[in-house]
Write a protein that binds this ligand. Structure first.
Ligand code: UDX
Length: 421
């Protein structure tokens, strides 16, 4: 927002994160973000505080960007942070303002928050709420924020719409489409989009299982399907499945909310989407065990990748780490290498061994698993890796390595849903 020319005050209640941000450093890895932070903390256009009173005094517009993780006691979303932030801020709103919700929330949340604001805000009805979900992808957060592919405005008044249109004027002038709607539709637009993306991935992963049974090739098949403009090639990459802080918990929260609304039958397929995704991970552990002659005990397994996807150090619900953990539980010695996520992975799985490079992780390995498709793994020399390992056996859980090149260097390479070599 500072890059777009606005004066910005960020509220962060975690002392360590606020200190990092105030020093121009992001508390997580996101390409391009550190440079932007450093620039705008430097110019003074971006500052951080822990004070809601200061924020209330400062802002004409407030963006609510806190997390909505899966509840500790069920499938639903934990809205504690959202409610706390809105209540803390609302009590400080003494002049006309628009509070804009960005967080992914169960449908119906915005209407309840608007009521709560009306009760708490000293300025009364002049403090309004709008719902404007973000659709940014980790690893492309900066790009997706500066150049969104759509802007969804869930509003309750013309004034709110005008404020948002002014705020997003550059993007709108640049051609970004705008959908103006009510709170409930805006909330659903986010969860429905994520549910659709998750469904696409689980669909192709289910097809990958059929391909394996039938001796067909899921990559050729996804290409063939993707040429149909109504389908599109994106999100048809079969592999170890989806993870991260969004897709898994969003489909569960959606299912849960559909149940509360009495339409669980309509959304019951999402349970299968989740099941297919979990099964992929378990099957990969099984295939790895088979490639190790049915016995994991004492075997050395190299895992390339720990983040849930490349370009991020996020390991929340990461398929790669789950698989690494399971193989270790089965008795294997597991050595993990990830270009960015070792520090976050270590916090979740401190007992795994972490190497400083792809080759170091591969040294003496009986099996290599490629589970997060960082570009640097694609650039490895099969002969050089071959000289480091005990056995040239590689399982490509993302179907992106150059299989003919690895096989030509003497490797046994297996993919997911690929035609047997
Ligand atoms: C997602 C949505 O894409 C984004 O719009 C929303 O705002 C937040 O949630 P993100 O969690 O960053 O973004 O990751 P995404 O790129 O969607 O990937 C999710 C998972 O699906 C990753 O684990 C990825 O490896 C996996 N994936 C993606 C596949 O397995 N196959 C694919 O074809 C695409």
């Amino acid at each position: 927002m500072a890059e777009l020319g606005h004066e910005v005050l960020g509220v962060e209640i975690d002392d360590a994160k606020r200190a990092a941000l105030s020093a121009g450093r992001a508390p997580f890895h996101e390409p391009g973000l550190d440079a932007l932070l450093a620039t705008h903390v430097g110019t003074g256009r971006l500052r951080f505080t822990d004070s809601f009173a200061e924020a209330g005094d400062f802002g004409d517009l407030h963006f609510l960007c806190v997390g909505t993780p899966q509840s500790a006691v069920g499938l639903g979303a934990d809205l504690t942070a959202v409610v706390d932030a809105v209540e803390s801020l609302a009590a400080q709103l003494t002049r006309p303002t628009l509070l804009v919700g960005k967080s992914t929330v169960p449908v119906g949340t915005a209407a309840r928050l608007a009521e709560r604001m009306a009760e708490l805000a000293p300025v009364g009805a002049a403090a309004e709420l709008a719902w404007n979900p973000e659709f940014l992808r980790e690893g492309f957060g900066v790009e997706d924020t500066l150049h969104p592919d759509r802007i969804v405005m869930g509003v309750a008044s013309e004034r709110s719409e005008q404020v948002l249109r002014t705020f997003y004027a550059d993007a709108i002038a640049g051609g970004t489409p705008v959908v103006v709607t009510d709170f409930a539709t805006a909330e659903l637009a986010k969860v429905a989009a994520n549910a659709f993306l998750a469904t696409k991935i689980s669909f192709i992963n289910a097809i990958a299982e059929v391909c394996e049974a039938a001796g067909a090739d899921v990559v050729d098949l996804a290409d063939a399907m993707g040429h149909d403009r109504r389908i599109g090639r994106a999100f048809l990459n079969a592999g170890v499945g989806f993870g991260g802080g969004c897709l898994p918990k969003d489909i569960r929260a959606f299912l849960h909310r559909a149940g509360e609304l009495g339409v669980d039958d309509a959304m019951s397929f999402l349970k299968q989407v989740d099941d297919i995704n979990q099964r992929r991970r378990a099957q990969l552990v099984q295939t790895a065990t088979e490639l190790l002659d049915g016995n994991l005990v004492g075997k050395r397994v190299c895992v390339w990748g720990a983040a849930f996807k490349p370009g991020s150090d996020d390991v929340r619900d990461s398929p790669a780490l789950w698989i690494a953990g399971q193989l270790q539980l089965g008795g294997a010695k597991v050595i993990v290498y990830d270009p960015q996520a070792a520090h976050t992975a270590r916090q979740v799985y401190p007992t795994l061994e972490y190497a400083g490079s792809s080759i170091e992780a591969a040294r003496g390995a009986d099996l290599i698993l490629h589970l997060t498709e960082w570009q640097e793994f694609r650039e490895l020399d099969p002969a050089e890796v071959g000289a480091a390992v005990a056995r040239r056996v590689l399982l490509d859980g993302r179907n992106v390595l150059d299989a003919p090149a690895w096989r030509a260097a003497g490797w046994t390479l297996r993919g997911i849903g690929r035609r047997p070599a």
